[in-house]
Every structure is written in structure tokens, then in C-alpha cells.
Design a protein around this ligand. Structure first.
Ligand code: TRP
Length: 363
């Protein structure tokens, strides 16, 4: 009986709008594979956006929709997994509150993501104000060496350092333990948050009852490196990305612009595939990329032909994505209906979890 029950997977993404191929290969592709094997809960972490940005909140809803359309385009199937908006399941906020009662602030002050993001926000805010920027740097050094209860630093003096922002990982822990996750698929950058989730769960169990919350394990995504067109990391803010649902024609033009080995000018020049963006993509889309490496290094293929070949390899999946996308684009009601149906399932699971947890609190 025991092994009939599928393991549970939980993961979330902050809604940033349309996704790019870096998001796809880095996370989404993995979700699509996981839905076949596990009971999966995937959600739009819209409350998490508020922890660092409280302006233009009206964009969050639309960005969530655009992102979910890309989930569907990539092959997430509402028949196989549950997906929903975090803010539609109020139970997340209740559990977040309860978890906050056992979470020492010192754990949160040590969170590397908090420290890095706070410094980044501070720099953005004081851009062009040299002395203040320096002050931010100085404070950040202190912050990096920060000891709980130590001297004043950004974490305790900056108005950017809100209670909600500091509590980001507590909300994330609530998202995860709510559904009794066995595994959380994440990138390396999220490991500190997952470790905090485990520590919070352990502490909660110690205080309120053994076995109340399950400690999740990380499912590290083995993601290929997806560079942007210019060779830096693919990122919206670098303006170097290829969107997941991008029209093949436009992708073709972008491939032509991709950064290649600057020393390879003629077809028979010997190339250096290691720094070449086109080759990085061949590694993902071309099963026989080793042969291409030999050809490039031997000067038996030119960059033009190599790019053309890459486009041919990418076209089938681009077409599939674009087709699925078309079924939802321009029909926000359809996307919202899917999200609501997902919410109903998530809410049932969340309500059951909270009633169990609340019983042990004996309020
Ligand atoms: N912090 C995650 C990120 O930025 C998003 C997230 C929120 C999440 N809650 C989660 C991821 C729960 C996994 C599980 O990517």
C-alpha cells in the first residue's frame, strides 16, 4: 500500500511575465517531466513579488497569466498536475504566520539571498548618489559579516529591509510544507531557502508535535547552461533572451545575431566552440554536438551553416510551443478558469493540512 502513494513535489515561480529558454531549460522542462511521476503542485508565487516590490502591483496579475500560458505551452498539463496562484490560497498566509512564531530572526538575517538582494535594492535606490552608495557598500560588508544581535547594519537600519522581505523564506517554507512535499525542484540559488524550510519544519515539530510537518528534500535541476545571445547569462534585464513562445521567424533572426568565436571569420578558420553561443545551443538541441565540435575545430564548417542547422533543430519545439500558446493567448478567461480549478484542488489539500496543524496547537 505504502509504495502506491506517489511522492509529492511542490515548486513555485515568481511571476515575471513571459518566460525565456533559460527558464525553460533551467526549471520548467523539469516540471513537465516531473508531472508524469509525482503528485505535483506548481504555483505562481505572487505574494513573494510583494516582498521586494510594492509598486505597480497591477502588473503581477497579467504577468502571472503570461507565465502560466508559457507553462501550458511547455506542456504542463492541468490533468496531470495542480497549478494555482499562491494568493488565492489564504491558508498559505495562515501557515506562514504560524511558522513565523518558531523562526528565529537570526536564521533569516543569515540568509544569503536576503543579504544579496537587500544590497542590490539599496544600490538601485541610491544609484548616482556616490556617498550613499559607498555607505551601502560599507554597510554590506558589515552585513556579510553580520552576527545576530551585532552592530547596526543595513538589515536593521534600511527602510528597504521590511519584515515581509526578511520573512521571504518563511512564506516559502509555508508553501512547501503545506502540501507535505517530499521534493522541491529548485536551482542551486534556492538551496539556502530549502535548508531553512527544513530547519523551520524541524523546529515546528519539536515545539508542537513530532511528525506534524514533513522535511522536504531538494531535487536539484540538472540544467544545461543556456547563454543569452551575447554570451552572458540569459536574462530579461540583459535583453539577450529568446522567449519560449517566440515565433520561429524571429528566433531565426536572433540566431543570426548570436555571439560566435571572434577568431573564426572564414569557413575554413579553425573555431573555438567553448565560448560560442551557437555551440552552447547545439549542446542542448543537437544529439551529435560532439561531431559539430570536431567540424568547428577542424575548420570544416562555417558559422552561417552551423547557425542554419541550429535553427532547423530548434524549429519543431518552437512550433509546438507557439501552437499551444495560441490556444490560450488572447483568452485570459480560459487561463483564469484553469487557475481557479487548480486553486480548488490546492485549497482542499491546504485546508486539510491546516486543520490538522491547528488541532495540535490546541487553541
Ligand atoms: N523563491 C523561489 C524563486 O525565486 C520561488 C518560490 C516561492 C518557491 N515559493 C516556493 C520555489 C516554494 C519552490 C518552492 O525561485
Amino acid at each position: 500500500m505504502e509504495n502506491e502513494r506517489k511522492k509529492i513535489v511542490v515548486s513555485g515561480m515568481r511571476p515575471t511575465g513571459r518566460l525565456h529558454l533559460g527558464n525553460y531549460w533551467g526549471a520548467l522542462k523539469n516540471w513537465v517531466d516531473l508531472q508524469e511521476k509525482y503528485d505535483c503542485f506548481f504555483f505562481v508565487a505572487d505574494w513573494h513579488v510583494l516582498t521586494t516590490a510594492t509598486e505597480k502591483t497591477e502588473a503581477i496579475r497579467e504577468n502571472a497569466r503570461l507565465m502560466v500560458i508559457d507553462w501550458l505551452a511547455a506542456g504542463l498539463d492541468p490533468q496531470k498536475c495542480v497549478f494555482f496562484r499562491q494568493s488565492e490560497i489564504k491558508e498559505h498566509s495562515e501557515l506562514y504566520l504560524l511558522l513565523s512564531m518558531v523562526t528565529p530572526v537570526s536564521w533569516l538575517l543569515r540568509n544569503p539571498t536576503f543579504k544579496e538582494t537587500l544590497l542590490e535594492l539599496h544600490k538601485q535606490k541610491y544609484k548616482g548618489q556616490e556617498d550613499k552608495a559607498k555607505m551601502a557598500e560599507g554597510a554590506s560588508k558589515k552585513l556579510l559579516e553580520a552576527h545576530a544581535g551585532g552592530e547596526e547594519d543595513l538589515a536593521v537600519t534600511s527602510e528597504l529591509s521590511t519584515y515581509g522581505f526578511l520573512g521571504y523564506p518563511v512564506l516559502q517554507a509555508a508553501d512547501i510544507v503545506m502540501y507535505g512535499a517530499d521534493f522541491v525542484p529548485v536551482g542551486k540559488d534556492q538551496l539556502p531557502h530549502l535548508e531553512l524550510t527544513r530547519e523551520i519544519a524541524r523546529k515546528f515539530n519539536r515545539v508542537f508535535g513530532a511528525g506534524l510537518l514533513k522535511e522536504p528534500g531538494a531535487l536539484l535541476t540538472q540544467a544545461p547552461m543556456v547563454p543569452g545571445l551575447d554570451g552572458r547569462k540569459m536574462s530579461k534585464s540583459y535583453n539577450n533572451s529568446i522567449e519560449l513562445g517566440e515565433a520561429p521567424k524571429s528566433v531565426e533572426a536572433k540566431i543570426k545575431r548570436m555571439f560566435t568565436d571572434p577568431l573564426k571569420l572564414k569557413v575554413d578558420d579553425k573555431g573555438h566552440p567553448e565560448g560560442c553561443v551557437v555551440f552552447a545551443f547545439h549542446k542542448i538541441y543537437n544529439k551529435d554536438y560532439a561531431a559539430r565540435e570536431t567540424e568547428c575545430c577542424g575548420g570544416t564548417i562555417g558559422c552561417g551553416a552551423c547557425k542554419k542547422h541550429l535553427f532547423e533543430l530548434m524549429t519543431p519545439s518552437l512550433e509546438t510551443f507557439a501552437e499551444r500558446r495560441a490556444a490560450y493567448e488572447g483568452d485570459p478567461a480560459k487561463v483564469d478558469a484553469l487557475l481557479s480549478a487548480g486553486s480548488a484542488k490546492a485549497r482542499a489539500a491546504a485546508a486539510a493540512a491546516l486543520s490538522r496543524i491547528n488541532k495540535s496547537l490546541k487553541l
